[in-house]
Design a protein around this ligand. Sequence first.
Ligand SMILES: Cc1cc2nc3c(=O)[nH]c(=O)nc-3n(C[C@H](O)[C@H](O)[C@H](O)COP(=O)(O)OP(=O)(O)OC[C@H]3O[C@@H](n4cnc5c(N)ncnc54)[C@H](O)[C@@H]3O)c2cc1C
Length: 462
Amino acid sequence: MSSYDVIVIGAGPGGYVSAIRCAQLGMKVAVVEGRETLGGTCLNVGCIPSKALLHATHMLHEAEHNFAEMGLKGKAPSVDWKQMISYKEKTVGQNTGGIEFLFKKNKIDWLQGWGSIPEAGKVKVGDEVHDAKNIIIASGSEASVLPGIEVDEKTVVTSTGALTLPKVPKSLVVIGAGVIGLELGSVYARLGAEVTVIEYLDAITPGMDAEIARQFQKMLTKQGLKFTLGAAVQGVEVKNNKATVSYVVRKDESEHTITADTVLVATGRKPYTTGLGIDALGVALTERGQIKTDASYATNVPGIYAIGDTIEGPMLAHKAEDEGMAVAEVIAGQKPHVNYGVIPGVIYTHPEVSNVGETEETLKAAGRAYKVGKFPFLGNARAKANFAGDGFVKLLVDAQTDRILGAHIIGPMAGDLIHEICVAMEFGAAAEDIARTCHAHPTYSEAVREAALACGDGAIHV
Ligand SMILES: Cc1cc2nc3c(=O)[nH]c(=O)nc-3n(C[C@H](O)[C@H](O)[C@H](O)COP(=O)(O)OP(=O)(O)OC[C@H]3O[C@@H](n4cnc5c(N)ncnc54)[C@H](O)[C@@H]3O)c2cc1C
């Protein structure tokens, strides 16, 4: 048995970042992790492996569609799926190994195994009970599957199974048009699978600015993905290694079926707190099963904190990381602050889609007067040269003060471009502040500046 200032349960982006920050602030820290490798969902079966497959298949798409135009002649590459999976796994290994290195560097103990909290101040791992002045729950989330659907991770898979399919399916049905479904759907569409996405709502990517969502759907349709929107999935039946999805189209209540080699259930995620013993401890939950915390990430049980996917807010790695740093600083007696109004979201398809802050819909609902500044990537020289002229940057600013309220980008490197706007928003900047900042030419960033100019006297290159 050992004694720690802090024991963190879960080594995902929330947990490992909080542990490192605690160590940096002089605390004695241990992390309990039941997986064989560190890094949580994100590094093992989430952000990192999905981005590796998105990268590899985007390269294939470029070779098939744009190389000849640039004078790069020759046969398009063929797909060695085993090698692609091994590239993905190597990438995961480099990243999870990196966290192990960081733990050693920061003298953080990794208590291997599944942990529980028998009482406040104690964490049990296997047969050992460790003392902890503070406990941080960072146990993450798991796929949330519709009732009536049985996942076997072979024919009917969650994202975890979809990242390790033994071969590329000829047909794939994706249930749910959210970020994970569209990213993995894109991967398999690029590899030649016939991909059909079924979504309950009438638009893809719920919560996203509606204009961007419509444009995004058009682009994905051009890439071969098919969409059935406004359809309620009733169940999935597996026979002879094929899965048949039955669904009802909501507007006319007509019943349909579609059969595919693989079905990916991508209908969201829910907090994972199984086995922690928080019920017995009386840790309060929200109606949606998230751990309730105050602004300092404290639960209702003294000495127990919770962060990341286990609590409210967007289920994103960088949100978990920010909370990880903040909770460590809280425990150290500091007064950190996470600005939930400036948390970017990114979809790593091609083109990428990113957003931060308000949408036109949320501004209208709040009755706020706003202006829109838009600039298409077709007017951006770099984008045109790189076959990336589809899409646009859209800034939403306060009609009176010009203060930036939100931004939405669909286009090349949208996931990187958004951060200039995030920083501007953190500083309470106006669109004019971006418009008057010199941007290097030729870069995609110029499109952001042009959208800012469009909020004032006008963009130049349209
Ligand atoms: C396919 C996919 C792609 C994604 N892509 C992105 C992306 O591109 N960008 C992004 O921001 N987010 C992405 N996400 C979401 C992101 O992975 C999560 O928001 C993030 O991992 C949450 O971090 P966390 O630290 O809260 O929990 P997790 O990363 O889920 O880590 C929790 C860890 O706790 C461990 N654990 C749980 N219970 C116990 C216990 N009792 N004892 C010991 N260990 C325990 C688990 O094994 C796990 O390793 C993606 C998710 C998926 C599934």
